[in-house]
Design a protein around this ligand. Sequence first.
Ligand code: CA
Length: 245
Amino acid sequence: MPMATASDRPAALVIEDDETIGRHLHTGLLGNGYSATWCRTGTSGLSAAHSARPDVVLLDLGLPDMDGIDVARSLRADHPDLLIVILTARSDEIDVIAGLDAGADDYLVKPFSLTVLLARLRAHLRRRPTTAPEGPASLVIGALTLDIAARRCLLNGAEILLRAKEFELLAVLCRNQGAAVSREDLMAQVWDENWFGPTKTLDVTMASLRRRLHHAAATAPIPTRPLEITTLRGHGYRLERPESG
Ligand code: CA
C-alpha cells in the first residue's frame, strides 16, 4: 500500500459476504477517494479492523461465520472512534435497532445507491475532526488547479473566485472528470441535506460556474482553453478531460 496516498485518504473496511455488493462497495469507495479493504467474514473483518485501522466500517449483518451484531459490538468495544455503518435488508428492522444499540452509528437498507452511501459517509466524517479529509488535497485538470484543502480555484496560478456551492460542484465534476455525473449524484454530493428537493438550484449554480470559468479563461494573461462542462440531456453533466477538447 503506498503510504503517501493512504495517509490522506479515509480508510474504509467493507465486511460483506455478498460478492456483488462487496465488489460494488469496494470499487466504489476506491474510486471516490477512500482506501478500502474488503473482508467476507466477521472474523477476518475484526482482524482487519486491528491491522488496517479504518476510519469507517461498512458492516453487513448477515455474515456466514458470526452474527453481525456481535461484530458491531466487538468493533465498538475495541475502536471507540470508529464510524460503523450497518448494511441490512428491509425485513431486518429488529437487527437495525440491535445494531445501533450495539454501537453502530448509522445504517443503510439494501438496496442502496453508492451516491447515498458516500453522502452519508461525508456527513459523518465531516463531523469528526480527527478524521483525515476526503480525497486528495488538490486536483489538477489542465491549466486549472482546485486546491481542496484551501478551497481555492486557480487557473494558471490566477485565482478564480467561486461561491461555496460552485466550488463544491466543480470539485465533484473534477473528481469524476471524463465521466458522466447524474443530476441526482450532484444534488446528493453538493446539497446533501435536501437531495430529494427541487434541482433548479443546480441549474443556476452550474450556469454561474460556467460563466466564471469562461470569463477567467477569456481574460487570462496566457491564452487558456476553458474547462468544458457538457450537458447530458435527461442525465446530468460531464467535465471533459482537457486532452479530448
Ligand atoms: Ca450477507
